[in-house]
Every structure is written in C-alpha cells, then in structure tokens.
Design a protein around this ligand. Structure first.
Ligand code: NAP
Length: 234
C-alpha cells in the first residue's frame, strides 16, 4: 500500500509527543487525523502544522468519552472506509501521592485515560483496520510501567502503563495473522508539559519510535515493547 493512502489517527495530539508524531507522519505523506479533547486547542495545533505547509485533518476526541470515540469511528467509516494506524498517545500523569496514601479516584481517572481509552478505541477502530486488511496500533507506554524495574512513585501512572502493556499483548495475540500489528513503546524522558523542562530528550526523539511502529512493514514485530526501536523488558 502506498504511503499516500495510509490513514493514521493520533490521540492527544494538540501538544507534546502527539503533536510531533502528527508532524513526522505528515512529512512522510501519510494522511493524519489529528485529535484532541479540546477542539480549540486541536484546531490551533492543526493551524500550526498548516503554517509549516503540512496538511492534516482534525477531529475531536476525548478518549474517556465513549460517545466521542463512536463519533470518530462513524466519521472515519463514512469518509474513508478504513484505517491504517492508531497511535494511542493521549495520557495523564496526575498522581500526587505514594502507593500507600494515594486516592483511588486518581487511580480510576488515570486508568480511564491511559488504559480504558486505548481499549475502547481498539474495540471501535479494529473493525475498520480489518476492513482494509492493514493496521498498526502503537501504545505510548513508559519505562515507569516496566514490572522488571518497578519503582513506587506515581503509582496510578505506573500501574496504568503496566496495564496498557498487558492490553498490547492481548490485542496482539487476538489479532495475530490479521496484518494488524500492536506494540508498546517508551519514548524516553521527553521535554513536554508532562516530562518537564529538565528532560534530556526532544519531542523529535520521543516521536521517532512511534512513527516507526505506525509504519511497520507487514513482517514487522507485534506484541513487543520498544524504546529507540529496540526491544526492552516488560
Ligand atoms: P503531555 O505533553 O502532557 O500531553 C498529553 C496529551 O494527552 C495532551 O494533548 C492532552 O490533552 C492529552 N490528553 C489527556 N487526556 C486526554 C483525554 N481524555 N482525551 C484526549 N486527549 C487527552 O504528554 P507527553 O509528554 O506528550 O506524553 C505523550 C504520551 O507519552 C503519554 O501517554 C505519556 O504517558 C507518554 N510518555 C511520556 C514521557 C515523557 O517524558 N514526556 C515518558 C514516557 C511516556 P490536553 O492538552 O487537553 O490536556
């Protein structure tokens, strides 16, 4: 399939790694559907790319809102009839306390955005990928979700990323043989609102592995966890 006909959705794309992922995908000639929960912020981000000569489509999407997800799925079905890549980038880090005194509402809110969002999106959008016989799902996870290196700060965020990795494995397993490849990645510690100004990596570096996983060839990996295009432990 030529890149010109590849359609990719990026969630939480109005800023940070999601915005940069849209930019890098658009530079490759991929048709990008940039999404954000806040329409004004998303449209401002779309305009920013337009000012650089990059045309992307915009659609509202709050990953915690089933109706918003359904509207997106319906519009994509009507307009394109298929979807090639879903980059689950939207995420929150709202932990203020440690594992022994955290408020479980914080855990629930974090799970809604970081895990149930990507889960609902897979349920809504995989049928469109199957229709086109081609799909790539990229889950923006984190080293903070690695069981092999589990710390104790930001417990809701950590657990959500471990759970997102489990979702990656389950989706990859159930979609094996369908040409829909599902992978998790860690972008590294990146200078964004979430990562802070002191992070060592640029958004350009952070988005690279997402773009690679979103454009994998048919014989590419599935059910893996990557940083800088290299497998890392769960
Ligand atoms: P960021 O600058 O905080 O941006 C997060 C994006 O997610 C924003 O666009 C935000 O929208 C959006 N978002 C949050 N909740 C949403 C919802 N319910 N529906 C739709 N969009 C929603 O974060 P980032 O650093 O670019 O991180 C992107 C991804 O990489 C996240 O999944 C994060 O966990 C992961 N990651 C980041 C780092 C790092 O060092 N930065 C490291 C490891 C992993 P609003 O503007 O409306 O809030």
């Amino acid at each position: 399939m030529s890149k010109e006909h590849t359609i990719a959705i990026v969630t939480g794309a109005n800023r940070g790694i999601g915005f940069e992922t849209c930019r890098q995908l658009a530079l490759r000639g991929i048709q990008v559907i940039m999404t954000s929960r806040d329409e004004a912020k998303g449209q401002a981000a779309q305009q920013k790319l337009a000012n650089e000569g990059l045309e992307v489509t915009y659609h509202q999407l709050d990953v915690t809102d089933s109706e918003s997800i359904q509207r997106l799925a319906n519009d994509i079905r009507q307009q394109y009839g298929r979807l090639d890549a879903l980059i689950n980038n939207a995420g929150v880090l709202i932990d203020q306390r440690g594992v022994l005194d955290t408020d479980l509402d914080t855990v629930r809110k974090t799970m809604e955005a970081n895990v149930y969002g990507p889960w609902r999106l897979a349920q809504a959008l995989v049928p469109l990928m199957k229709q086109g016989g081609h799909g790539r799902i990229v889950n923006l996870s984190s080293g903070m979700g690695q069981l092999s290196d589990m710390g104790s700060g930001s417990p809701a965020y950590r657990m959500s990323k471990t759970a997102l990795n489990a979702l990656t494995r389950m989706l990859a397993g159930s979609l094996r043989g369908s040409n829909i490849l599902v992978n998790s990645m860690c972008p590294g510690w990146v200078r964004t609102d979430m990562g802070g100004a002191g992070a060592p990596r640029s958004v350009e570096q952070g988005a690279k592995t997402a773009v690679w996983l979103a454009t994998l060839p048919d014989d590419g990996p599935t059910g893996g966890f990557f940083r800088d295009r290299e497998p890392i432990p769960w």
